[in-house]
Design a binder for this molecule. Structure first.
Ligand code: 5AD
Ligand code: FES
Length: 364
């Protein structure tokens, strides 16, 4: 078996190299994490870009076994922000020179929903004079709908594949057409063909998930040539079916450590992509996102959903910052990023260099 330092010196990585990196401990682990940070500085610089996250509705048609806002959770209070609340949040992002916003919600594919998004995209472009970049994260839709939204101004799309192990995928989702692995994959292909920068990701530390699965996930990102990745630890939620398997989980701190290793390994594997420091990291460790930045991530998604609703967008328990108002978050983040030796790319879109290199148009 090769040593970790020999693997870290390589330019390409086999499945077993990746497994070894994900399992390393002690000094090897600190070298891996350091290398993730160094590769980031070298290839994408030390700037951290903000995507102001607007979780505009937790109404969801899907029933994923891990998710706290799944349709069958009748305990969660459902909400749907008004258009003017959403536009106010976007204005807040623009006024504070966040380069971009992310519109995220539970899944819905009714014409009323998809038309509403088209209209919001146009309005956000108008109110910011085209300054705000817009990422959508509203699940599986038809190719036509994705195209309409692209034409209305969305240019990035986040759709996590959740896991690339198809039998694991089946264990953590109901078995029906609404939760079909291949359909999800098709969506990523449509999005790419239309011209979106595409982001995907997985949950780390799911019950039944192995290190080999995670190595496969990393190779999938590479083979697909993904532009952005957001991945974070799985955190059990008591009102979900997967909670029953909590005895199979790694201790939460180990899931956190594994997530940091996944970020560092991914950065080494895909040097010029955008990697988000997931909010779920902060649910485990108050400095989780900053630690993610240190080892290779370069994107943070500060939550700018009006404070009133944040508690109800509980995908997992112990979600951080649910009591703050957006303005408080901003001051807090400035300090946090400086602590992680980063600099905030205010007023910039911070597009994926990987995407731009593929011959796509330079953005501001
Ligand atoms: N723990 C961690 N992440 C979760 N997500 C949903 N439920 C959980 C959970 N219990 C993630 C999924 C989804 C994203 C919006 O939130 O990966 O794609
Ligand atoms: Fe599928 Fe929330 S119901 S991620």
């Amino acid at each position: 078996m090769e040593t970790i330092s020999a693997i870290l010196g390589q330019t390409s990585f086999s499945h077993s190299n990746l497994e070894q990196l994900l399992q390393c401990t002690g000094e090897d682990k600190s070298n891996l994490l350091k290398k993730g940070g160094a590769v980031k500085d070298l290839f994408v610089g030390n700037k951290v870009y903000f995507r102001g996250l607007i979780e505009f509705s937790n109404v969801c048609d899907k029933d994923c076994f891990y998710c706290g806002i799944r349709k069958s959770n009748h305990i969660v209070k459902r909400y749907n922000l008004t258009d003017s609340e959403i536009l106010d949040a976007a204005r807040f992002a623009d006024d504070n020179r966040f380069g971009s916003v992310v519109l995220q919600s539970g899944e819905n594919s009714s014409p009323a929903f998809t038309d509403r998004i088209t209209n919001l995209l146009t309005k956000i472009k108008e109110l910011s004079n085209g300054r705000l970049g817009i990422t959508l994260s509203v699940g599986e839709q038809t190719e036509l709908v994705y195209r309409k939204w692209f034409e209305a101004g969305a240019h990035r799309y986040l759709l996590r594949i959740e896991t690339t192990n198809q039998s694991l995928y089946k264990r953590i989702h109901p078995c029906d057409l609404l939760h079909d692995f291949n359909r999800r994959l098709d969506c990523l292909y449509y999005l790419r063909a239309i011209g979106y920068q595409i982001g995907t990701g997985v949950m780390i530390g799911l019950p039944f998930q192995t290190i080999s699965d995670l190595a496969d996930d990393l190779l999938f990102f590479q083979q697909f040539g993904i532009d952005m990745v957001g991945m974070g630890p799985y955190i059990e939620h008591s009102e979900t079916p997967l909670y029953e398997f909590r005895h199979l989980l790694l201790p939460i701190q180990e899931r956190f450590d594994l997530s940091l290793k996944m970020i560092a390994v991914l950065r080494i594997l895909m040097k010029d992509i955008n990697i988000a420091a997931a909010t779920a990291l902060q649910a485990i460790d108050p400095l989780g996102r900053e630690k993610g930045i240190k080892v290779g991530a370069n994107i943070i998604m500060p939550n700018i959903t009006p404070g009133l609703y944040r508690n109800d967008y509980s995908l997992y328990e112990n979600k951080p910052c649910v009591d703050e108002e957006p303005a408080q978050c901003k001051g807090c983040l400035d300090a946090r990023i400086a602590m992680a030796d980063g600099e905030i790319g205010y007023g910039e879109w911070g597009d994926s260099i990987h995407f731009l290199k593929k011959g796509n148009k330079e953005a501001i």
